[in-house]
Design a protein around this ligand. Sequence first.
Ligand SMILES: [Mn+2]
Length: 368
Amino acid sequence: MQFVHIADNHLGYRQYNLDEREKDIYRAFKECIDKIIEIKPDFVVHSGDLFEHPEPSVNALYTAIEGFKKLMEHNIPIYIIHGNHDKPRRDFKKSPFTILKKVLGDRFKTFFRKKCHIFEKEGREVFIGGNDFTSRSNVSTLHETYKMIEVDSKNYKDRILLFHQSLYSYSNLPTYEIQLDDLPQGFKYYAGGHIHQRILRNVGDGILAYSGSTEIYTYDEYEDYEKNGKGFYLVDISREDCDVDRIDIKCRDFVVEKGITDEESFKRFLEKLKSKNEPVVICSVLRDLSERLERALKSKKTLYNRITYLDGISEEEILDIAHMDIEEVFREFLKSRNYDVNFVYGIYDEVIRGRDLYKYLEDYFRCF
Ligand SMILES: [Mn+2]
């Protein structure tokens, strides 16, 4: 029995506010769907952040429906939880998954109320437990749900858990909601979302897995993409220990070179630039080398350039104003100051909704 584990497609995301980047995100998703159909697994589990926003654009919704409909036509059911990006932020707001459920029917399984489903094939049963993303301030309800799931799963040999959380020590995100021990015990496969790098570890008798994002969400994910690829996992659960295969897809090329300050780093930059196809270029360069760098960039078709000029004292960022995405610039600024980007955004969100911030701040500082 085989299943696919996928997560973090972020349909609708527009990096640098570019149409091309929005299309890249859709293309990556479609490539995953085509590959899944080729493989014909028994089912698919999705660990959240299918959409970039809880109220996705028409294009994003259309892409999701079209892709998942193909899976349905090939008789492949989907089990999906919400990530922090696609979970509605107010109780009365409908989830985008309600639309998908209307269109796709009963083989599109969510975990709104029911925290588990049983997949059955030829007399063999697989227990699939899952819970939507839960913030740190509500983590006690998550612990309760996990306890319940653990009890309900006891009689099943093959158990899978879907979660969309940052796990302590497994993530380079500065905050986390849970630790490994908090997850329900005895599962064969822990299918994670939220962390965008690929992670695959043996934990006890099971496997802890983050299948990662399916396109480059921030340029600092490119390094992991070059090393570990991006795409999804194919898991064979019929054996005593699961067998996991990495299935890779192609993402947008990036050239990231911070600190072009001498001939050696300049040469390295040129070599990278030459080998890539219409890349996004993110670099910082010493002023003395800037003319040569600009010449090199002119002779190559690139999608987007962000060049920071270094003159030893201050950094001046030159941006293509027409393509500037203020949110992205802000995120990068926060990162450069070592702030937790998600946290600051969470606060921002709360402020504009006029909420009391005290408990969030308290929560944040408690973890240091
Ligand atoms: Mn995500």
